[in-house]
Design a protein around this ligand. Structure first.
Ligand code: SAM
Ligand code: SF4
Length: 387
């Protein structure tokens, strides 16, 4: 456990490691009731699990000197499986031990299968003010290859209910580059997404994660992942459509209406301080990182024995901090200033500049902003800069 935090603000990530069913592409630290071999109902799981998390929140109060909490993010897994009054217990526990800022952003990741209007009223009453909905695609055969169970029609329903009960910040997650997804399919998804009354969009290229059902299907040759050029074209299509609809990019995979970026995620990219509560959750305070034991059972044992759930930790060297800053901040418009780079790195940057990967106006102001084509090769730029 880290000695103490010096910064006055601390964000919380609350990990809910449960899903009704695992999607074929997902390798997140999440478990289905069948995997956990538990007989309990989800309501009981919700109550018991939240009790454990309250124990870790008390530990955070003991070890952190921070006073204010600007953001809380319930992520997963499927946080929307938890009962609203249980999530309220978490928010209240943080709010009584720390001070929630007046505009504290409190996000809930929601799987549309688990949402009703009553539940949304409960979450709103609990203090949650931002909803992030896993839409992924509007096209049934794409959802099928992704192994998603939700009915695409439910997305519009959930967004309408969310608005009706007072949510002003609503985000959706999309995935592009799925096997069998045509350009027309992706256009259909983009049009469906942009017909919704939302303020934020995350769009991720499908990653085939080792050990997933999807990886096994690819290995057996049952499905074929589209080539990189086709996926890059889909990024360009999305970026053009989002911009035309008033959504501006503020991180390579994230677009928002003015004033609606995710403040929680920006804090990650700016390597601010946050505490991750729950099994497998990662934390960062002042250059020190640690991560918790991964399995819910191991987490339970630690908390019940009043032991810190930390599995391991590392303290970043100043070189590692500088490298990480490039990796994260280059993904933001105007995240880095030219004077932060050494001569060797400047030569690399000049090379990329000649390929029109940086906005000239920002460059003249001493800052780096990737152009659309620059965003497509961001990983290559970072690799060359940090090697
Ligand atoms: C924890 S999930 C969101 C909430 C909820 N569990 C759901 O799926 O509806 C976070 C997001 O990560 C993205 N994601 C997960 N695995 C991915 C993968 N292999 N490739 C691309 N995006 C992925 C999905 O867009 C997903 O909505
Ligand atoms: S994508 Fe979401 S719902 Fe699907 S398994 Fe992963 S965390 Fe669970």
């Amino acid at each position: 456990m880290p000695a103490s935090a010096s910064q006055s603000e601390l964000s919380f990530y609350i990990h809910i490691p449960y899903c009704v069913k695992r999607c074929g592409y997902c390798d997140f630290n999440t478990y289905t009731p069948a995997e956990l071999k538990v007989e309990s109902s989800l309501t009981e799981i919700s109550r018991d699990y939240i009790d454990l998390m309250l124990g870790e929140i008390s530990m955070a109060r003991t070890f952190s000197t921070a006073s204010k909490v600007p953001t809380i993010f319930f992520g997963g897994g499927t946080p929307s499986l938890m009962e609203p009054h249980d999530l309220k217990r978490v928010i209240d526990a943080i709010g009584t031990r720390f001070e929630l800022t007046q505009d504290c952003e409190i996000t809930l990741e929601a799987n549309p299968d688990t949402i009703t209007k009553e539940r949304l009223i409960g979450y709103r009453d609990a203090g949650i003010n931002r909803l992030s909905i896993g839409m992924q695609s509007a096209v049934p055969h794409v959802l099928q290859v992704l192994d998603r169970t939700h009915d695409p029609e439910n997305i519009a329903k959930v967004v309408t209910w969310a608005r009706e009960v007072g949510f002003e910040e609503i985000s959706i997650d999309l995935i592009y580059g799925s096997p069998g997804e045509s350009k027309e399919d992706w256009l259909r998804t983009l049009d469906a997404a942009l017909s919704l009354d939302i303020t934020h969009i995350s769009a991720y290229a499908l990653i085939v994660e080792q050990g997933t059902k999807l990886a096994a299907q690819v290995k057996r040759g049952e499905i074929v992942i589209p080539d990189d050029d086709e996926t890059a074209d889909k990024y360009i299509l999305a970026d053009e459509k989002f911009r035309a609809a008033g959504f501006n990019w503020y991180e390579i995979s994230n677009w928002s209406k003015s004033g609606s970026p995710s403040r929680h995620n920006i804090r990650y990219w700016l390597t601010e301080n946050w505490w991750g509560i729950g099994p497998g959750a990662h934390s960062h305070i002042d250059g020190r990182r640690w991560w918790n034991v991964k399995h819910p059972t191991a987490y339970r044992e630690r908390i019940e024995n009043e032991q810190a759930p930390m599995l391991d930790q590392e303290v970043l060297t100043s070189e590692e901090i500088a490298r990480e800053e490039i990796m994260l901040r280059l993904r933001l418009p105007r995240g880095m200033r030219l004077e932060q780079f050494n001569l060797e790195q400047m030569a690399i940057l000049e090379n990329f500049r000649s390929e029109n990967y940086f906005e000239e106006e920002a460059w003249s102001a001493g800052e780096i902003t990737l152009t659309q084509s620059g965003r497509l090769v961001a990983d290559r730029i970072v690799r060359e800069l940090v090697l």
